[in-house]
Design a protein around this ligand. Structure first.
Ligand SMILES: [Zn+2]
Length: 463
C-alpha cells in the first residue's frame, strides 16, 4: 500500500465512521431528490483566505461572503494543491493532485483517461454551464463536459460581468433540469483595480510608483525593479478594494439565487484557486511558492444538507470538492480520486483540535519557476511541500533544500524548526517523495495565438 492510499484509507474511513455515527446514511438523497439538486461553484481567482472577515481579516472586505459562510459551513484550513490557476482548477474538477490529472504545467492538459466532474454530471442529466474570466479555464481539458462555456473578459475598473450573465442564465434556463454551474471571477487577480469609490475606501496615504498593473509586478519578479513594504501595503489596499467590489457581485448573485427559489435545492461552494503574495516571503503575485499566502484559500459550503454556523478545522484541499459534490448528489465517486468527501463535516463540523489531525496529509506541487527576461512561457518549478497536522515541510526538488514550519505557532512560516523534529522530517520526506514518484503524463496541447495573448495579459506567458 503506498502512502497516498494509506492516508486516503485512514482519512476516508474516519470520515465514513463519523458519518455513520451521525446517521448520515439515513440522510442520503433519494433518486427523486438527486434530480432536483443543483450545484453552484463560485471560484474567485487569487483570493487568499486571510483577506476575508470570517478568516480573521481586520478590514471589512467581504461582508456578503462572510454572510454566506455563516449560513453554511466553512473550512478554516483549506488549501489549493498548487499556487496557480490551471493545476488548481483541474484538481477542483477531477479530485486529483496535479501530477495525477496531468495539467501540471503551462503546456500540458488533463489526461484523456481522467474524469472531469462536469462530464460526469452532464452524463447524469445535469445542465452544465461555466461563465469564466480566466483563459486557463477554457482550454487544456478544463473545459471538458461544460455544455455552455463562456469566457467573459474584464473591462476597465468595473467588475467582470459574470454575475449579470449568470443571473440572466438562472432566469431563462430550463427549470426542470438540475444544473452544475461554475462561476469564475478573476477580479482580485492583477491588475488590481476597482471603481474609484472602492479604492478610496481602502487606500491609505501613499506616495510611490506602484499602480497595481501586472507589468510592474512582473518587473519586480524579474528583479528589474525593487518594491518595498510601503509599496506592498499600497498593493494590498488596491487588492482589498477589488475584493470588496467583487463581494458586492457575490451578494447580487446570491440575491438572484434566492429570488429564483433556489436556496432550498442548490449546494453552493465558494472557494479560490490560490492566494497572492505581497512580499510575505519577498515576492509578489502567485505561482512561485507554496507558502500559506499562496495556497491557503477560503472554502465555504451552503445549502441543503449543510449545517448552519459550522466551522471545520481539519486541513482540506480543493481535491476534496469533487468527491464532496458527488456524495452530496448520491453519485458514486471514481475510486481513483485523491480527495475525500467532506460531507460528514458539512453535517457536523469537527473540533478545534482536529487541526492537529496527523492522519491527513496534504501535498503541494506544480509551482512555476521564476521567469527570466528570456522566458516565453512559464516553466515548471521545483518547490514542493507536504503538510501533516500543523507541520508543513517545504522541499525543493532541484537542490533538495528543506524547511519545516509549525503552523500552529508560526502561521507566517518564518522560523525553520527542522532541527527540532528530525524524525518527523524524515517521515514526511519519505511520504512526499513517494507521492512525487507517481506522476501521470499530461496531454500536450497547442495554444492558439489569441489564447496566448490572453495569457500574456495576465502575466502567465512571460514577455
Ligand atoms: Zn488563478
Amino acid at each position: 500500500m503506498n502512502t497516498l492510499t494509506a492516508f486516503r484509507g485512514r482519512f476516508g474511513t474516519a470520515l465514513l465512521l463519523a458519518g455513520m455515527a451521525l446517521g448520515l446514511g439515513a440522510c442520503r438523497p433519494t433518486e427523486t431528490s438527486i434530480l432536483q439538486r443543483n450545484v453552484l461553484v463560485i471560484s474567485i481567482d487569487t483570493l487568499r483566505a486571510d483577506h476575508l472577515g470570517i478568516y480573521g481579516y481586520e478590514r471589512s472586505s467581504t461582508p456578503k461572503i462572510d454572510d454566506l459562510a455563516k449560513t453554511g459551513t466553512w473550512f478554516r484550513n483549506a488549501y489549493a494543491p498548487s499556487p496557480w490557476t490551471k493545476p488548481s482548477h483541474a484538481s477542483l474538477f477531477t479530485g486529483l493532485y496535479p501530477r495525477h490529472h496531468g495539467a501540471a504545467s503551462f503546456e500540458l492538459g488533463i489526461a484523456d483517461d481522467v474524469g472531469h466532474i462536469a462530464e460526469t454530471l452532464s452524463g447524469q442529466g445535469f445542465e452544465t454551464v461555466a461563465f469564466v474570466s480566466n483563459p486557463a479555464l477554457t482550454t487544456h481539458g478544463l473545459e471538458r463536459g461544460f455544455q455552455t462555456l463562456e469566457y467573459i473578459e474584464r473591462q476597465g475598473r468595473a467588475p467582470t460581468r459574470i454575475t449579470p450573465r449568470a443571473v440572466d442564465w438562472l432566469r431563462t434556463r430550463k427549470k426542470e433540469r438540475p444544473f452544475f454551474a461554475l462561476l469564475h471571477y478573476n477580479d482580485p487577480h492583477a491588475d488590481y483595480c476597482a471603481r474609484t469609490k472602492f479604492e478610496k475606501r481602502f487606500e491609505r496615504d501613499y506616495e510611490g510608483p506602484v499602480t497595481g498593473k501586472i507589468i510592474q509586478l512582473f518587473a519586480h519578479t524579474l528583479g528589474a525593479i525593487e518594491l518595498d513594504q510601503a509599496d506592498a501595503e499600497h498593493l494590498i489596499d488596491l487588492y482589498d478594494a477589488a475584493i470588496y467590489q467583487l463581494d458586492g457581485q457575490i451578494g447580487a448573485l446570491l440575491r438572484a439565487v434566492e429570488s429564483e427559489g433556489l436556496l432550498e435545492n442548490t449546494l453552493i461552494v465558494l472557494t479560490s484557486d490560490h492566494g497572492e503574495e505581497f512580499l510575505d516571503h519577498g515576492d509578489l503575485q502567485h505561482g512561485l511558492h507554496q507558502f500559506q499566502e499562496s495556497v491557503r484559500v477560503p472554502l465555504i459550503f451552503a445549502g441543503p444538507g449543510v449545517s448552519s454556523g459550522g466551522v471545520a478545522q481539519v486541513a482540506v484541499s480543493l481535491i476534496d470538492i469533487a468527491p464532496t459534490i458527488f456524495e452530496h448528489l448520491g453519485i458514486p465517486t471514481a475510486s481513483s480520486m485523491d480527495g475525500v468527501s467532506l460531507v460528514p463535516l458539512l453535517v457536523e463540523a469537527d473540533s478545534p483540535e482536529a487541526v492537529f489531525d496527523f492522519s491527513r496529509w496534504l501535498f503541494f506541487e506544480a509551482n512555476c519557476a521564476r521567469p527570466t527576461p528570456q522566458t516565453t512561457l512559464l516553466q515548471p518549478g521545483s518547490e514542493r511541500a507536504i503538510q501533516r497536522g500543523a507541520f508543513k515541510l517545504h522541499y525543493d526538488e532541484a537542490d533538495e533544500s528543506m524547511s519545516l514550519y509549525d503552523l500552529s505557532t508560526d502561521p507566517g512560516e518564518t522560523r525553520d524548526v527542522q532541527s527540532e523534529h528530525l524524525e518527523l522530517v524524515a517521515e514526511m520526506l519519505v511520504a512526499l517523495k513517494t507521492f512525487l514518484a507517481g506522476e501521470r503524463p499530461g496531454k500536450p496541447e497547442q495554444i492558439s495565438d489569441e489564447l496566448l495573448e490572453r495569457f500574456r495579459d495576465l502575466g502567465y506567458a512571460g514577455n
